[in-house]
Design a protein around this ligand. Structure first.
Ligand code: F6R
Ligand code: ZN
Length: 194
């Protein structure tokens, strides 16, 4: 379809009134990502929980297009670490992304191949600009609510999940005394650049 279109983000969950793909990511797809691997295995042996969902509007994956949709990270923790997305670099590294938080509370954990890192808060109405070259992962720090964000990024970005799967993020977000805290990832391993 190459005509202008509209859709609505239907409250209270902000699921788009129309979408093309509904991606469901479960605990089993996050192997090796959570710090407390014992807690991960224990949780997985009970049920393969849904951690987050993405609703995508399909557009051609080419220069000039903007891919967009809704990301919903459910509340919960593996050990002390909050539920989060896999996180990724864009394959075409020099592509940015905009997020607008619609519901809940959380943070975006980000880093560059050069070793810079940043953690920015997300709450309703907040807009986050992720510049080119920054890997990004959404983390839900609420005990009760979904973290819902609207995202937009260039059609030709692509997704590189492998780098993060291998080396992890430098920073993790865990709960300490009832508060979200950013800590160094003791298992972070530089893979020597992408
Ligand atoms: C797209 C993007 C978001 C994420 C979504 C799920 O470039 O950053 O749409 O894809 O939040 O996270 P991942 O893709 O890391 O599983
Ligand atoms: Zn992205």
């Amino acid at each position: 379809m190459n005509k202008p279109y509209t859709f609505d983000l239907i409250k209270p969950d902000f699921i788009p009134s129309r979408y093309d793909n509904h991606i469901i990511r479960r605990l089993s797809s996050m192997k090796g990502q959570y710090l407390d691997q014992q807690a991960y295995q224990k949780m997985l042996s009970h049920t393969d929980r849904v951690l987050y969902e993405v609703y995508e509007l399909k557009r051609p994956e080419i220069v000039g297009e903007l891919l967009h949709g809704i990301s919903i990270v459910h509340p919960g923790k593996v050990g002390q670490e909050f539920f989060m997305t896999k996180g990724h670099f864009h394959t075409l590294l020099e592509t940015a992304e905009v997020y607008n938080c619609l519901k809940g509370q959380g943070v975006m954990v980000m880093e560059t191949p050069e070793g810079d890192w940043a953690v920015e808060e997300l709450y309703p109405s907040r807009v986050l600009y992720v510049p080119p070259c920054w890997a990004h992962r959404s983390v839900n720090t609420s005990r009760t609510d979904d973290l819902v964000t609207f995202f937009v990024y260039p059609g030709n970005s692509g997704h590189d999940y492998g780098t993060i799967e291998q080396q992890g993020f430098r920073k993790l977000v865990i709960e300490e005394s009832g508060q979200p805290v950013v800590i160094d990832n003791p298992r972070w391993q530089p893979t020597g650049g992408r």
